[in-house]
Design a protein around this ligand. Sequence first.
Ligand code: NDP
Length: 296
Amino acid sequence: MSASLIDGKAFAAGLRQRASDAAARFTVQTGRPVGLAVVLVGDDPASDLYVRSKARACKEAGLHGVEHRLPVQTSQADLCALVEHLNTDPAVDGILVQLPLPPHIDEAAVLAVVSPEKDVDGFHVVNAGRLATGASGFVPCTPLGCLMLLKDRLGPLAGLDAVVVGRSNIVGKPMAQLLLAEHCTVTVAHSRTGDLAAVLRRADIVVVAIGRPQAIPGDWLKPGATVIDVGINRLQPDAEGRNRLVGDVDFASAVAVAGAITPVPGGVGPMTIAVLLCNTLQAAHQRANLPLPNLA
Ligand code: NDP
């Protein structure tokens, strides 16, 4: 068997187009653009790249993106004061604090200051609680993007066996909650899981978010499984000096066993920013008491 590829890049392009159309309608209806504030502390190159990509995506979709770049020595109090100011700024619909923050800042304390109604990353405990209890709120962008790809590929997911490998607050745990809400039978595996291969061989759906390059080989998968590889790992440059990005799944062996699989790059990665635009539109419509656009 050779798995079909799940083209996250193409799906994300469609999502971004629909977000762009909805943003234009919002501006006509309210007389102002949808606003997203992105806060970056320090000069970590990867975070800088993410923030630039987010700002570019906002611009292309007709959102008003504002970057707040703060020096690495910014105090937690000053950062919280900026977030509080953004909470009350009527032009700002969504607030995103780029992680990781420098070690002297308590991330959880800063995320707790973001208004849950502007928390388009879905990291506030109020939104985590809403997801866990089935109430509507903001869902973290990466797992929501994974769910969109799965539903697009498989249709209704009810009754399927799903294994999520990884239990972080930003990917693994919300992914498991989303699959549970779709009536999957969900197992969450992690670094202490005893026999991961045996757990995975039962799964119709496998979502891997562990940050370990090519750690999941194809012979751990059930034939025909749908595999979503969230991992983004940069390997040493190859003999020709080219940088190589790989996922957490060993693509070469997995593609021979799975029914469908996301490539890295071009799978989950492009979905994250597209869903961020959707979440920001959701925030803007809620704040303006307008019906939510159907973007998925
Ligand atoms: P974290 O480091 O926060 O969490 C990793 C999780 O994987 C932990 O729960 C850990 O278990 C588990 N784990 C680690 N090693 C193993 C192993 N060998 N077997 C089973 N479980 C293991 O990572 P994130 O969730 O933030 O990110 C995971 C990956 O996804 C990274 O590659 C990251 O770059 C990528 N990512 C991609 C995004 C995108 O836009 N496509 C967005 C966000 C992340 P334990 O809890 O026991 O320590």
